[in-house]
Design a protein around this ligand. Structure first.
Ligand SMILES: [Zn+2]
Ligand SMILES: [Zn+2]
Length: 345
């Protein structure tokens, strides 16, 4: 007679989950891909960070804390958009192995899981955009699922290594992906002691206040990023008749430092820039230009010429074109204003 497997006790489940907080690859199997239930134990740190933000009622604010939180938002949003998205998911430029890992660590500090997990799910999104297989389509599953429940679901815990073999060959990235709580925890700890240090130096802040503003920055960063999966497939306009519902949205392009030109991106995913017109601000692209100028980033893939010149594809203002290469971009930035003269394409 076959023996039945006894269900795990509450404590045993908690212990297993605790291990999985530390090791995100532990206990995750392909069989879970169809289990769409939410594991609240696993989601506990994410939910607690939301609650921790309310502690601002007690710790208050100060300029050092706010500047720290905004700086962390900007730096880490770049790491998500420029590195997790445009580098790991789409390979729109090149870096050497040192910088690849260093920026992966920076992206990981956003507490949005590891680079392989993030990029492999994003590749899946592009393959099945707004189709029933899409993991976070607002068209298929509604706002809240596309915004955050999709990644709290057991079905999406697993890093889809089969979708990212080109990056999974680097053991340091696999390690980072596996222990994806280490860096965010370290940054939170740093925030606490940084606050303590500033307090000792007579700045108007404290360890607790700096930690709470780290949580505020991290939660704003998370929901800012999530808008691209939820809102940018619903609100905005469509320049290109793609097979999905992606839209261009200038407000989301501010929040996400350039990712709001999502319809452009779905139409042509392989270039490092997502604003296809001079007026479509793309802060991530400007930072990539800076990194290119100092030699950290190279071989950025340009917007293809047929999308840059005037034509039936879009709404480009006559006589204006988009810089495609880093040098052109840097020139544009130095001039302060975009060039009004047409450039040869
Ligand atoms: Zn993409
Ligand atoms: Zn999309």
């Amino acid at each position: 007679m076959a023996t039945e497997t006894a269900p795990l006790s509450w404590f045993a489940s908690f212990k297993l989950t605790f291990v999985r907080w530390l090791d995100s690859h532990a206990g995750v199997t392909a069989e879970m891909d169809t289990d769409e239930s939410i594991d609240y134990f696993k989601a506990f740190p994410f939910l607690m960070m939301h609650l921790a933000c309310f502690a601002v009622i007690w710790v208050g604010w100060s300029w050092p804390a706010v500047i720290f939180a905004v700086s962390l938002y900007v730096i880490r949003m770049f790491a998500i958009t420029g590195i997790y998205h445009r580098y790991f998911a789409h390979r729109t430029f090149k870096m050497n192995r040192f910088w690849q890992f260093a920026f992966a660590v920076l992206g990981n500090s956003s507490a949005q899981r590891g680079p392989l997990w993030w990029a492999s799910h994003h590749r899946h999104h592009h393959r099945y955009s707004d189709q029933p297989e899409d993991l976070h389509s607002p068209l298929q599953r509604g706002f809240w699922w596309s915004h955050m429940f999709w990644f709290l679901s057991r079905s999406n815990y697993r890093t889809r290594l089969e979708d990212i073999p080109d990056m999974a060959k680097f053991p340091e990235l696999v390690w980072l992906d596996r222990f994806d709580m280490v860096v965010p925890f370290a940054l939170g700890t740093f925030s606490f002691f940084f606050g303590l240090l500033l307090q000792h130096l007579n700045f108007d802040t404290s360890a607790g206040q700096m930690l709470v503003w780290f949580f505020i920055s991290t939660i704003c960063l998370a929901h800012g990023t999530f808008t691209i999966n939820s809102l940018s497939h619903v609100f905005g306009w469509r320049r290109y008749e793609t097979t999905d519902t992606s839209r261009n949205n200038p407000l989301l392009a501010i929040v996400t430092m350039g990712e709001g030109w999502h319809n452009n991106h779905h139409h042509y995913q392989s270039c490092a820039r997502q604003g296809f017109r001079w007026y479509e601000y793309d802060i991530t692209w400007y930072i990539l230009c800076g990194l290119s100028a100092v030699g950290i980033v190279r071989d950025m893939k340009p917007i293809p010429s047929h999308l840059r010149k005037n034509g039936p594809d879009g709404h480009q203002v006559p006589g204006k074109s988009v810089p495609a290469k880093a040098e052109e971009c840097a020139h544009e930035l130095l001039d302060g204003l975009p060039s009004l003269s047409p450039k040869p394409t």
